[in-house]
Design a protein around this ligand. Structure first.
Ligand code: GLU
Length: 311
């Protein structure tokens, strides 16, 4: 059993990220498994070196340790290229010249799942070779994955059954952006497979990406891992966490001298794993089971945060 935590260093880790890291770590450690760290720094315009350094310090503060070497996605271009070559060889990808606004105009369905914009209508799916060659001179294309029609089913260890028709809801999706960088969907599949990850535990804002990833696993001839998507932490009114409600950076808690046991105690209580008393992460291993983790979304109260900060 091998799990992983795969943060993107586009900002500072907050309590929601810490909860995903803690639950993934406990899930692996409780089974005597390994736990890997992967830095998802593909987007060089948004990822910052200081966030990577903070990330290491935050995880250390929480008492979470990792096996093996840390993988940086920014150094994995060759592996992504090899996977893209497999897709291309199998006729499962094609160059796409569409701009965002062209897609929005051509789309019939207003929105795909989550923040992915409208369904891709397949405008470039069967461009003649000469057209591709001439358009390539004007603008570098992205590469899209040709998805298979039909419903993709997933038995999520946390959510239970999840089904999505990627073809109908998302359409062919980008596997390489037009700046040559692999997309998140491709990189996550290639890396989890290369690292031998058997269990992916992450926040459920990524549940809507999983069917796409399953299609990629299939096209690449790789067995997928098991998935467990845990609910996000929400603000008092059920929306995104505001800073005063818990979107507090771990680096800020460290700077304020908040003992990490207090943070872990609160994360454990939110997860239904304890009464909130200060505790070390490793003390939670023995009694941990995924079944015991609360399945409802967690609404964070301001008073809990004030208590955490000791104010
Ligand atoms: N890097 C992604 C994020 O921080 C997580 C990727 C994953 O767990 O699959 O949201």
């Amino acid at each position: 059993m091998r799990g992983r935590f795969a943060p993107s260093p586009t900002g500072r880790l907050h309590l929601g990220n810490a909860r995903s890291a803690l639950l993934g770590w406990l899930h692996a450690r409780a089974q005597g498994g390994e736990f890997l760290l992967r830095v998802e720094d593909l987007d060089s315009a948004r990822c910052r070196k200081e966030h990577v350094e903070e990330l290491f310090a935050d995880l250390d503060y929480l008492g979470l340790d990792f096996d093996g070497e840390v993988l940086f996605q920014s150094r994995r271009a060759e592996a992504y290229q090899a996977a893209l070559a497999v897709l291309e060889g199998a006729g499962r990808s094609y160059p796409c010249f569409c701009t965002r606004s062209e897609i929005a105009r051509a789309a019939t369905a207003p929105h795909g799942p989550a923040d992915d914009g409208p369904r891709y209508p397949g405008s470039c799916a069967s461009l003649p070779k000469e057209v591709v060659a001439s358009r390539e001179r004007e603008r570098p294309p992205a590469l899209r994955f040709r998805v298979e029609p039909g419903v993709v089913e997933l038995e999520d260890l946390f959510h239970g059954r999840h089904a999505q028709d990627v073809h109908a809801e998302v359409g062919d999706f980008v596997v390489r952006r037009n700046d040559g960088v692999a997309s998140y969907q491709l990189a996550v599949v290639v890396d989890d497979a290369a690292s031998g990850v058997t269990h992916v535990l992450r926040a459920d804002d990524l549940l809507s990406s999983t069917a796409r990833q399953l299609q990629l696993y299939r096209a690449l001839g790789i067995l997928p891992p098991s998935f467990a998507h845990v609910p996000l932490l929400l603000g008092q009114h059920g929306g995104r966490l505001a800073k005063r409600e818990g979107a507090v950076a771990l680096s800020e808690l460290r700077r304020l001298g908040v003992p990490s046991e207090r943070v872990i105690g609160l994360l454990a209580r939110w997860s239904g794993l304890g009464d909130g008393r200060p505790i070390r992460a490793r003390e939670l291993i023995a009694s941990f089971s995924l079944e015991a983790v609360r399945r409802e979304p967690v609404m964070v109260r301001e008073s809990e945060l004030r208590e955490l900060l000791g104010s």
